[in-house]
Design a protein around this ligand. Structure first.
Ligand code: ADP
Ligand code: MG
Length: 260
């Protein structure tokens, strides 16, 4: 989301808005015979919110997963804040920690409390002191509106609350970029808004975000750019206004005709 000036809460703690933060160059990925990502070139700037949309099976999740190397790539390069992502090893682990991911299924640790879910990463991966991690986790839970649930277990929360905890858990690692892969598609309709509101808030505070979603309201409110994928390729990208009112490719026209 385009906001002028810096924000007070330190989301933009280093570097300036507008520099390339996530860069993919000529990325190729096959699953056997299937060419799942074709010549992907994508640059996401610091502070930018990019919404990725496209039909099922077009490669949106694979794209997200390659960005933090949950999925390897066949060729091309991916860099994060100027550093190329290696295929494996310690450097990869460190860079991966800079990418926050929120999935369709909330993926919380079922046998840990909400507070523990949020403090685990900072304590184990960042070596943060427990007291400090807890203070920070409570702050984040407050920010996503579930502070009162801190001592409960995931199953005691609604889907919308669990997804907001998942967002808080990702934020606790102070990622440089947040990836959301259809974060609201497993939610009951009445819970979608409470999750989108948290995401809009995050966007307004300057977080760099890549969001796979078909929530057009979110795209129109928060996205700087919409990237449309079909058959593993980026078919077109544009501002949300332009994309929704005047798509240029037949694939996008066809897709929008089905979902709008
Ligand atoms: P989307 O998220 O846009 O629905 P995906 O990225 O999940 O699409 O999948 C793109 C294509 O790659 C689909 O045809 C899917 O079946 C295939 N695919 C995804 N992951 C794997 C995998 N691990 N092994 C084999 N095929 C896969
Ligand atoms: Mg998907």
């Amino acid at each position: 989301m385009t906001v002028t000036g810096d924000t007070s809460d330190g989301v933009l703690s280093e570097g300036g808005r507008g520099e390339p933060l996530v860069v993919l160059k000529d990325v190729q990925k096959h699953f056997g015979d299937l060419h799942a990502l074709k010549d992907i070139d994508l640059t996401v700037k610091r502070g930018e919110v990019v919404v990725v949309i496209g039909p099922s099976g077009s490669g949106k999740s694979t794209l997200c997963r390659t960005i933090n190397r949950l999925e390897t790539i066949d060729s091309g390069l991916i860099s994060l804040d100027g550093k190329e992502l290696p295929q494996e090893g310690k450097t990869l682990a460190a860079l991966r920690a800079e990418v926050g991911m929120v999935f369709q299924s909330f993926n919380l640790f079922a046998h840990k409390t909400i507070l523990e879910n949020v403090t685990l990463g900072p304590i184990k991966v960042r070596g943060m002191k427990k007291s400090e991690a807890e203070a920070k986790a409570r702050e984040l839970l407050e920010r996503v509106g579930v502070a009162h649930q801190a001592d409960k277990y995931p199953a005691q929360l609604s889907g919308g609350q669990q997804q907001r905890v998942a967002i808080a858990r990702a934020l606790a690692m102070e990622p440089k970029v947040m990836l959301f892969d259809e974060p609201t598609s497993a939610l009951d309709p009445e819970m979608i808004k409470e999750v989108l509101d948290v995401m809009v808030d995050l966007a307004q505070q300057g977080m760099t975000m890549i969001v796979v979603t078909h929530e057009m309201g979110f795209a129109r409110t928060a996205a700087d750019r919409v990237v449309f994928m079909a058959d593993g390729a980026i078919v077109e990208e544009n501002t949300p206004e332009e994309f929704f009112t005047n798509p240029s490719s037949d694939r996008a026209k066809d897709f929008l005709g089905k979902i709008l």
